[in-house]
Write a new protein. Structure first.
Length: 406
């Protein structure tokens, strides 16, 4: 039993320390170790007189978002271009971070690199933050000795991708906000306002119009079964989102449906093409072989239709087909992309042509988002007017007959 306990590996923690070096100068830093005794022994071997050792807390901090990784990549690329050594660059970025979780993550990666692990291998230990595309590009940069250039390309790629996502979210924010507000207003009217009107109408002693009776019936149903309505609504949304996330068939169905929507379908399609061409351009320019690059491109597109099309393209290219021919056979890419890819293949500048496609579609997404709010506003006003205005008119119809009752 004692042997088993002794053999169990100790989980390393990060310790912050302060002390004085051989010249009496105050120094401080961080070290990853299995315990405080290990920290003391390691620092004593370096000739440091320890004055303070404190274990860093592992809790707290905001979740690490894609934007945090993009900012880190840009900072790392900038410092490496300026000639700052890799470990020192990690140390600077980690100290400058305001998110404790990101600081711990960067210190873990720095520790792995310091012990001889390659940077790409250290990144692969954290797949939630660094996907396969990120790790593959870093690995290509390490192999080719152009890590700072590849990190710069990665930073540009992430910044462009985040910009597209932000534009899509801003386009969807207005209609979603209006729908939520309309639902809250309708709920308040159904539960509180209409029952008060019903008590007033009861004293009229006259038959109520059919629209008023219909609204009152809906209000009574809402008041009696509000818990079932809310449960069904929010439960249905939750299970729908879970099915969308976990079921491949559901993903394919919804992604096909989204691409066919009247207004948003074109916007989503252009944003997916922009991500697809930007990703393939970045991978190909980094020297990643085309077949291998296509592994990451499908997932980066964010759409099951294009992911399936990319898998078919990869299969065709691996058997000797030209990229443009394989893309044409899928039937999902517009003519412009196919022509630009064909020119790129013929001229040997495929990465450049795909980057031009990405820039074009990113500009298209930007323009569509700018005009989308003004385009949707009249439709939303009409829908809200019919719903809320119809209820208000229905409740005031008996009041218009009040004179004949009296």
């Amino acid at each position: 039993m004692a042997t088993a306990l002794a053999a169990r590996p100790t989980k390393d923690s990060i310790f912050e320390w302060e002390g004085k070096d051989k010249n009496g100068k105050l120094v401080r830093g961080e070290i990853r170790a299995g315990g405080e005794a290990v920290v003391n022994a390691s620092l004593r071997r370096q000739g440091i007189l320890i004055t303070k050792v404190k274990k860093r807390r592992t809790s707290g901090g905001k979740a690490i978002k894609q934007k945090d990784i993009a900012v880190f990549t840009r900072q790392l690329a900038t410092m490496m271009k300026a000639g700052v050594p890799l470990l020192q660059a990690f140390d600077i970025v980690a100290r400058g971070s305001t998110n404790p979780r990101l600081t711990r993550l960067l210190n873990e990666i720095r520790g792995d690199v310091e012990t001889g692990t390659s940077l790409s291998s250290a990144f692969r230990k954290h797949p939630m933050q660094f996907d396969a595309l990120y790790c593959n590009l870093v690995e290509a940069g390490e192999a080719g000795g152009i890590l700072e250039a590849l990190l710069d390309r990665l930073a540009i790629y992430q910044e462009k991708t985040l910009a597209i996502k932000s534009k899509i979210k801003s386009a969807l924010m207005y209609p979603v906000a209006v729908i939520v507000v309309a639902f809250v207003v309708l709920t308040v009217i159904m539960i509180f306002v209409i029952p008060a009107f019903k008590e007033v109408f009861r004293s009229f002693g006259a038959d109520l119009p059919a629209p008023t009776l219909a609204v009152i019936a809906m209000s009574e149903f809402f008041v009696a079964y509000w818990w079932a309505i809310f449960g069904f609504l929010f439960g249905g949304i939750y299970f729908f989102l879970q099915a969308w996330r976990r079921s491949e068939k559901m993903q394919m169905f919804m992604d096909r449906l989204l691409l066919r929507l009247p207004v948003f379908g074109d916007l989503i399609n252009k944003s997916v093409i922009a991500r697809w061409t930007r990703t393939l351009s970045t991978m190909f320019a980094a020297g990643v072989p085309l077949v291998e690059a296509l592994d990451s491109v499908g997932g980066a597109s964010g759409n099951a239709v294009y992911r399936l099309a990319t898998a078919q393209i990869q299969k065709d290219v691996s058997t000797g087909s030209a990229l443009t021919t394989a893309m044409t056979q899928t039937g999902v890419f517009p003519t412009m992309v196919l022509q630009m890819a064909a020119i790129g293949e013929e001229s040997g500048a495929l990465d450049h042509m795909l980057a031009k496609c990405a820039e074009f579609y990113e500009d298209e997404v930007d323009e569509m988002v700018k005009g989308l709010s003004s385009l949707m506003e009249p439709f939303i006003i009409v829908i809200l007017g019919v719903l809320i205005g119809g209820i208000v008119v229905s409740m005031y119809l008996p009041i218009f007959k009040l004179g004949s009752v009296v």
